[in-house]
Design a protein around this ligand. Structure first.
Ligand SMILES: [Zn+2]
Length: 85
């Protein structure tokens, strides 16, 4: 398979335009993962990673607040203490 080249899963024709969301040969709807270019996919992945990072940061912040509230104990923040559940 040539990098950057997509084939219709239905008729295996090379997909020339992904914008229509359909195969130009047989008219079959293309799966969403074929509709993204590598660039778009990378952008999405970066956005997801960024979201994940922000999510972790806010979790981290919450844990620190919790730890502060429970100051005097060395118990891990409840959210990480899953073994006893
Ligand atoms: Zn097709």
């Amino acid at each position: 398979m040539v990098a950057g080249q997509m084939n219709c899963p239905s008729c295996h024709a090379v997909i020339s335009s992904r914008r229509s969301g359909k195969c130009g040969v047989c008219g079959e709807a293309l799966p969403p993962e074929l509709l993204f270019t590598d660039e778009q996919r990378k952008k999405l992945e970066t956005q997801m990673a960024e979201l994940e990072k922000n999510h972790r940061a806010s979790l981290d912040h919450l844990n620190r607040v919790c730890e502060h509230a429970h100051s005097g104990t060395f118990a891990p923040p409840p959210i990480y203490n899953t073994k006893d559940l």
